[in-house]
Design a protein around this ligand. Structure first.
Ligand SMILES: CC(C)(COP(=O)(O)OP(=O)(O)OC[C@H]1O[C@@H](n2cnc3c(N)ncnc32)[C@H](O)[C@@H]1OP(=O)(O)O)[C@@H](O)C(=O)NCCC(=O)NCCS
Length: 253
């Protein structure tokens, strides 16, 4: 009897660098808040111990869910992204005012299960969204691993501190997909992790974006220059922060 086919989860990761000046004071900007967040989301933000953090956690959740859905609809064009079309539900605050570490984001009739992270010094917040198959409730235990880091730490760890060292480690199609140092570094980090999880040589892998407008299409893992159904990644970069999420079929993480 053959094994059942492995169904790859659709997921997205997003990180927000809270040192980025664009994150300062925006939760007091009524026009911004009304454009991005629904009334229920705004109430939850206002009720949080730290409304600024809660606003950016919700922002990250929406972007992560957009990427999960972008992967899901591939190879069709991704839906146009509008923060307001993605609703964060069930990610309120506990009795002590601290933010919940899990939640749900809804878009049309799709739902993503979201897990949040932030660093103890509150320099960044991040979210992983996994599209839930509501019939089977698949999504919560998806086998997706995610890492939040920064450019300095990752470039030292991977031995790619300057542009030349980094570019020398990437494949030709990755070099053209990576529109800056952070784009290139997060690809190398994700590729290294996928290779470890698959037990293969990272040099056989490349992370290339699906065809379409630059920066607006999902990253696709290639093995020996062919799209690889056994692995998926999602990438994020903001300021000095980077995050990547990986999934490989049948390999425990
Ligand atoms: C996808 C998007 C939401 C993420 O943008 P971001 O938070 O600024 O940037 P991040 O670094 O977190 O994410 C970018 C990565 O997401 C991935 N990505 C892009 N489009 C994707 C899609 N449709 N599906 C899945 N992943 C996608 C890519 O890997 C990209 O990195 P890369 O270009 O190096 O490959 C954004 O590119 C986008 O499409 N924005 C729509 C326009 C918009 O938001 N305007 C502003 C309104 S306020």
């Amino acid at each position: 009897m053959s094994a059942p086919p492995v169904v790859a989860p659709a997921f997205g990761v997003d990180i927000v660098d809270l040192a980025n000046p664009r994150t300062l004071g925006r939760h007091h900007d009524r026009r911004f808040m009304e454009r991005v967040f629904a009334p229920g989301e705004r109430s939850s933000i206002e009720a949080a111990r730290d409304p600024r953090i809660q606003a950016w956690r919700f922002w990250a959740a929406k972007e992560a869910a957009f990427k999960a859905i972008g992967i899901h609809v591939h190879p069709d064009p991704p839906p146009p992204f509008e923060h307001a079309a993605f609703r964060v539900v069930a990610a309120g605050v506990g009795a002590d005012g601290d933010a919940a570490d899990r939640g749900t984001v809804r878009w049309q009739d799709a739902a993503c299960s979201v897990s949040f992270r932030e660093d103890p010094e509150r320099r960044w917040v991040g979210a992983l969204a996994v599209l839930v198959d509501e019939a089977s409730d698949r999504g919560a235990e998806s086998g997706v691993a995610w890492t939040a880091s920064d450019i300095e730490e990752t470039s030292v760890r991977l031995g790619a501190r300057d542009r030349d060292a980094l570019v020398g480690r990437l494949g030709p199609r990755e070099v053209s997909a990576a529109r800056g140092f952070a784009h290139a570094l997060v690809r190398l980090a994700a590729r290294t992790e996928v290779a470890r999880r698959m037990g293969t040589d990272p040099g056989r892998l490349e992370i290339v974006n699906a065809p379409g407008p630059a920066g607006r299409t999902p990253p696709i893992v290639h093995l020996d220059e062919e799209p690889c159904a056994e692995a998926r990644v999602s990438l994020s970069h903001d300021g000095v922060r980077i995050a990547w999420a990986t999934w490989t079929s049948g390999t425990p993480h």
